[in-house]
Ligand binder design. Structure first.
Ligand code: ZN
Length: 464
């Protein structure tokens, strides 16, 4: 009876706030922070790597585009021309140099993935040292935070050039983040709504699908890259500064004192004409920056402008189209390591446009050991004997890894051939001819495969 008697009072209390809210204007729910929205997200490895793209970034900024940058490491293993600091202390300095360099262009949204500098040409070593999973989680978060239309990054692949494993790793992570950031099931805690007023765990980001990804190569050769994407002159004049884009890029580079103090001081008093002569003579930036189009989800032509086909509206998540798996004969041999990784990587991310050298290539330092990693595949139902032999250029010495091996039924076994490379004399011309090494595999007297690798021997290589 008491319940019934109190009902009218209770119902009046319940109705009051409803009536009050009907009377007021609807309030806006919190939206993503516009200050962090980017048109271009540049993903590179080290402080000063941004220089590979700054003449283009200067142009994009001049056209009103917003740019954000992610570095994989702080460059703590680099040289220091400006002071005594090394290692982690140098990394702290180089972070500031990178921020200053980018601020000169007008870019202030800059992040670091906390990877560890890894001096090799093997992308898999860089990914291992950086912590592949943790780095990818951070980069996916930054893609969702910055909501870029376009991702720009290093070309993932193995080429003759500096071909730094860290550069390649930034390109691998950027490609993976391009395909994952729009997927609500990837790092889903990032896209979960808050359950508390001051939410400590769930991030309330939204999935974000970037529209295009473009690459630039850390390679010496240019032939296989031409026509695979747009080019931009570095000599055009910016509306905002009336300077050519190369000059704005050079002014930005002046922040990197630890890397080039002597050079930066040597150009301090040069005028524009002297600078242009120097820059073109030293091949800092070739006349035009060449980009490779990785993927476009909004059409446009391969060599057309980077922003061709892009409109402001967000696009839905596009699950990457995985290309069919190659079919292997029952017995086979293939180049393993980063080469087979990149074959799988291009297939998994639907990167049909990405140039890669055939036969595969690498530059190596003379008088060091070269390792050829192999997968030996036996898809028959019984153990098979496989014999491996190597054909080497004159002066190269086989150390181990050839001979006869048993591979069990339905097994893929790792093999490695080690070769000692000859000394490269100081008097030899800088660019030697490419030499070819090949591995021949047989079973029961029948050829099951030949693996070729082209090698450029150098006095010194390469990533440091
Ligand atoms: Zn670098």
């Amino acid at each position: 009876m008491k319940q019934v008697a109190r009902f009218p009072v209770l119902s009046a209390l319940l109705f009051l706030p409803v009536l009050a809210s009907m009377a007021q204007e609807p309030r806006a729910l919190p939206q993503p922070d516009e200050r962090y929205k980017a048109d271009i997200l540049l993903v590179v490895a080290h402080p000063d790597d941004e220089g590979a793209a700054t003449p283009y970034l200067a142009r994009a900024l001049d056209e009103g585009k917003r740019v954000a940058v992610v570095f994989g490491t702080r460059g703590s293993s680099g040289a220091n021309e400006a002071g005594a600091e090394q290692a982690a202390a140098l990394g702290q300095i180089r972070e500031i140099e990178a921020r200053k360099a980018l601020t000169t262009l007008g870019i202030t949204n800059v992040w670091f993935l906390d990877g560890k500098d890894t001096a090799s040409q093997n992308v898999l070593q860089s990914l291992a040292a950086w912590g592949h999973g943790a780095s990818l989680e951070k980069l996916v978060r930054l893609v969702r935070l910055t909501r870029p239309e376009v991702v720009l990054t290093f070309l993932p692949g193995t080429f003759i050039g500096e071909d730094h494993g860290d550069h390649q790793a930034s390109g691998v992570l950027a490609t993976e983040a391009f395909d994952l950031a729009g997927d609500p099931t990837a790092f889903s805690e990032q896209v979960a709504g808050p359950t508390k007023r001051l939410e400590p765990l769930l991030e309330n980001l939204r999935p974000w699908q970037p529209k295009k990804i473009y690459y630039f190569a850390d390679a010496d050769r240019e032939d296989i890259f031409r026509g695979k994407g747009p080019t931009y002159s570095v000599k055009d004049i910016a509306k905002s500064t009336k300077h050519p884009y190369w000059r704005m890029a050079l002014d930005s580079f002046r922040a990197h004192q630890t890397q080039a103090k002597g050079f930066i001081e040597s150009i301090a008093k040069m005028d524009d004409a002297q600078l242009e002569k120097l820059i073109t003579a030293q091949g800092f930036w070739s006349d035009a920056l060449q980009f490779e189009r990785g993927k476009s989800l909004v059409g446009g032509s391969v060599t057309g402008d980077i922003f061709e086909g892009i409109t402001p509206a967000a696009i839905p998540f596009v699950r990457p189209e995985v290309l069919p798996e190659p079919s292997w004969p029952e017995l086979s041999v293939e180049l393993a390591g980063p080469w087979s990784f990149y074959g799988e990587f291009r297939r998994a991310h639907g990167l049909t446009n990405l140039p890669h050298p055939e036969p595969p290539e690498i530059a190596l330092q003379g008088h060091t050991a070269m390792v050829i990693p192999l997968w030996v595949r036996n898809e028959t139902g019984e153990t098979r004997e496989i014999s491996l032999s190597a054909a080497l250029p004159a002066g190269w010495t086989l150390q181990s890894g050839t001979g006869k091996f048993n591979v069990g039924p339905m097994q893929v076994a790792a093999a490695r051939i080690e070769i000692m490379l000859p000394m490269v004399s100081e008097t030899e011309p800088k660019k030697a001819e490419l030499q070819e090494v090949s591995v021949h595999a047989e079973a029961s007297g029948q050829t099951i495969g030949d693996v070729k690798l082209r090698v450029e021997l150098r006095k010194r290589t390469l990533p440091q």
